[in-house]
Design a protein around this ligand. Structure first.
Ligand code: ADP
Ligand code: ADP
Length: 226
């Protein structure tokens, strides 16, 4: 099955805003996929529904074949989510942040320590493992958010505007880490309003505008049409 399959997804907020007007898309296993669109297009709403933060108004979502509506817990175990806002405790050390996060998901401490070293190395943070997180640079903090999400070994990593408001140097560091994660087999979906980001990272993309998909396909063929 696809990593993500969305069929006729609809969302109308209480305010009557129709944020999604029947969105369908598939993301293949192993893909690096961008959902590109301007502010207000419905990107966060779509990601919010897939990660169970927002209730859908209609349609179907499957994660590796598992229907979100019938087995939400199983679907959620396959997903890692990187929130837009940095939300770890600045007075904890990166190693502790990762190990405690794993503990929350029932991962034994020994295993958590193994994973934490692997994730911190991949994010180029291993030298900072025992520093106070407050002292990390902006880019390091962003990469720590990614490393933390990987502690549960998700098969699908979802990032909502991961690089919004950060400068190009920080973005490049994040891209590097994301590419390594994807190369190791994790499917990645990110939303962005930077075409350049989608272009640099992703193999496939969908363009969303005012709640509808307006184009979808391989990056190369879509770029040729823009
Ligand atoms: P994007 O992530 O592409 O910027 P959003 O999914 O955040 O788009 O928003 C899509 C539309 O839904 C916008 O018109 C936005 O104002 C509206 N919207 C988003 N969240 C809510 C909410 N919690 N309540 C009401 N309207 C919302
Ligand atoms: P920033 O905070 O600007 O993203 P850092 O302060 O983390 O960058 O960078 C520290 C050092 O690590 C720099 O020399 C940088 O070139 C290097 N570096 C940062 N991220 C990566 C990465 N993903 N891959 C390789 N080297 C990196």
């Amino acid at each position: 099955p696809p990593a993500l399959s969305v069929r006729d997804l609809r969302k109308t907020y209480d305010t009557k805003v129709e944020a999604l007007k029947g969105v369908s898309l598939d993301v293949a296993q192993g893909d690096f996929f961008a959902l590109l669109g301007p502010n207000g297009a419905g990107k966060s709403t779509l990601i919010g529904i897939v990660s169970s933060l927002v209730n859908l108004s209609g349609g179907e979502v499957r994660v590796f074949g598992t229907d979100l509506a019938s087995d939400r817990a199983a679907a959620m175990r396959l997903i890692g989510l990187v929130p837009q806002e940095i939300n770890f405790n600045m007075f904890e050390k990166p190693l502790d942040i990762l190990v405690n996060y794993a503990g929350f998901y029932g991962i034994p401490r020994e295993e958590a320590l193994v994973r934490a070293e692997q994730e911190l190395r991949r994010a180029h943070l291993w030298e900072k493992a025992r520093m106070m997180s407050r002292t990390l640079s902006g880019g390091m903090k962003r990469r720590l958010m990614i490393a933390r999400a990987m502690m549960t070994r998700p098969r699908l990593l979802i990032l909502d505007e991961p690089t919004a408001g950060v400068d190009i140097e920080i973005r490049r560091g994040m891209w590097h880490t994301l590419r390594e994660i994807n190369a190791a087999g994790t499917t990645i979906i990110l939303t962005t309003h930077y075409l350049e980001e989608a272009e640099s990272l992703c193999r496939n993309l969908a363009i969303i505008d005012r709640g509808s998909i307006v184009a979808a396909g391989p990056m190369k063929s879509l770029l040729a049409r823009l």
